[in-house]
Design a protein around this ligand. Structure first.
Ligand SMILES: Cc1cc2nc3c(=O)[nH]c(=O)nc-3n(C[C@H](O)[C@H](O)[C@H](O)COP(=O)(O)O)c2cc1C
Ligand SMILES: [Mn+2]
Length: 486
């Protein structure tokens, strides 16, 4: 079997090895029931990834990998502070995939009747979920007019041995689906389960309609993705994935779907009459490892959202108003809020950038907060401190009424219903300018220089007995950077 032109493509195996080597992986060798136990265990893995090694039918499953933005940075070979700027660069470096004849994902082939989705280790994430949901399925579809490929996440609630629900927020897959619907034809789909996390980051990247997210994956990986042809649909999938399901979405069927433990930490959004997928083929590696994916605020699903969303917005902001001084962007918990870290050159510049951040490829941002370089945007106490000490609500808060918002934001009025063409949330957006005066106004800026000790290089460890040192808190980086006004 010709598995490779490149001897070691990045895949879920290389990622597990990397996590293991970095001391970032917990292995669970006791049996775990995906329907009643796995969700609770995943919720506790916020620091480390977890590999369940002893599941029914001989399965293993990788979860919470990445468990947080620090682990996301590990996957990209960088640090938490640098991962978003790095991704913003890689977004512009798409690499087209290459076709190969065969690959590990084709080691075993199962025709209709030979596979049973209810025997996969698909877990129930939350107490009120409608059933087990594949959260890690990356769905490949094509525009029937142009043949352009699309890759995106869609939750797939198991409904039988060969059937799942599919939840389609009105974006690219939905657009393709509506085109098939107009032709009265089923939409062919391929679902990729289990691969290197950079594929997952690519699928969560919202780009222009017509951009192939597998080219974005190539850019993120800095290597061309190897694709193989599907067996029963005219689609291509990564040769080095763990498992692929082939199926189709019938044009007019709607069935009850949800509730589901979602990224906002709520269950209900999207619940209702949604389309379904009928599956007719499965291929997988001989010893395939399943991928679980749990949502909920700050869980793995949010990590996949946060990093590409922040990078896409950072990239967009770079062009606003002649080159602003931008340091970083980071989506905040619940991901309807985003922080911009910048140094203003002019009065009012933060608001210009915030307007751009509220209207991008991403529908999520509803609240945007601009802060300076001395505020740690990964630390929510720092964010609250900046809001409390650097905002004059009367002039620094702006509300834009009557905007189209993310359809899963429970705080906003919902128009129409999930699964229908006009489904939306019609709400508002808010900008909060928590920046200090621009660098050019040195005098006004002086009021906001932060407290720091006289000699920050001193270490308590050099002065105290060792047994008391577990209580020591490291000084934050702000103490060591150049002074704000320096
Ligand atoms: C963990 C995770 C789960 C997601 N689940 C869904 C989903 O069930 N339905 C959906 O329409 N979008 C879902 N998304 C969002 C889309 O995958 C994401 O917005 C993607 O960029 C959309 O692709 P598109 O830009 O090609 O439409 C999910 C994203 C992540 C990271
Ligand atoms: Mn797309």
């Amino acid at each position: 079997m010709n598995h490779s032109s490149n001897p070691k493509p990045k895949d879920m195996r290389s990622w597990i090895a990397q996590l293991q080597q970095a001391g970032e992986l917990i292995r669970v060798d006791k049996p775990v029931d995906p329907l009643t136990e796995m969700g609770a265990l995943l919720y506790q893995c916020r620091e480390k990834a977890v590999l369940f090694e002893n599941l029914a039918h001989g399965w293993r499953s990788l979860g919470q990998a990445p468990a947080n933005v620090r682990q996301a940075a590990l996957a990209f070979g960088t640090t938490e502070e640098k991962v978003v700027p790095l991704l913003a660069e890689r977004l512009g470096a798409c690499i087209p995939p290459v076709m190969v004849e065969d690959g590990p994902v084709k080691e075993l082939r199962f025709a209709h009747g030979e596979f049973d989705l209810t025997e996969l280790p698909v877990h129930v994430a939350g107490e009120r979920d409608g059933g087990p949901v594949i959260g890690s399925g990356l769905v490949v579809t094509k525009d029937p007019d142009t043949g352009q490929r699309n890759l995106s996440f869609h939750r797939l609630q198991i409904k039988g041995p060969d059937k799942s629900g599919i939840f389609l927020v009105p974006r690219h897959s939905w657009k393709n689906y509506v085109k098939y619907q107009a032709r009265d034809e089923p939409m062919p789909v391929a679902v990729i389960i289990g691969h290197h996390p950079l594929y997952y980051f690519a699928a969560a990247t919202s780009a222009a309609y017509g951009t192939d997210e597998l080219e974005i994956a190539g850019g993120y990986l800095n290597e061309a993705v190897r694709l193989v042809k599907c067996e029963t649909v005219d689609l291509e999938v990564p040769a080095d994935a763990e498992l692929v399901l082939e199926g189709h979405v019938p044009p007019h069927i709607r069935e009850e779907e949800g509730p589901f433990s979602e990224f906002q930490d709520y269950y209900q959004a999207g619940t209702g009459k949604n389309p379904i997928v009928q599956y007719q083929f499965m291929t997988r590696r001989k010893d395939a490892i399943f991928k679980s994916l749990q949502n909920g605020s700050e869980m793995e699903g949010c990590v996949f959202h946060k990093v590409p969303m922040s990078a896409t917005i950072l990239r967009r902001l770079r062009d606003v108003g002649g080159g602003p001084v931008l340091h970083n962007v980071m989506a905040q918990p619940g991901i309807f809020a985003v922080a911009i870290q910048m140094t203003s050159r002019f009065y009012g510049e933060a608001k210009n950038l915030m307007m751009a951040a509220l209207s991008s490829e991403y529908m999520h941002p509803k609240i945007v907060i601009a802060v300076d370089a001395d505020v740690d945007i990964f630390n929510h106490a720092e964010m609250m401190w900046a809001l409390a000490t650097r905002v004059d609500p009367d002039k620094d808060v702006v509300i834009i009424p009557g905007t189209h918002n993310h359809p899963m934001d429970a705080a906003l009025p919902e128009l129409s219903a999930t699964g229908a063409g006009q489904w939306q949330r019609f709400g508002s957006k808010m900008m909060i300018d928590a920046t200090i005066p621009p660098a050019t106004d040195v005098k006004a800026r002086d009021n906001f220089e932060r407290v720091r000790p006289h000699r920050p290089e001193l270490r308590l460890a050099d002065f105290a007995a060792e047994d008391s040192l577990s209580l020591v808190r490291a000084l934050p980086p702000k103490f060591f950077g150049s002074k704000l006004l320096g």
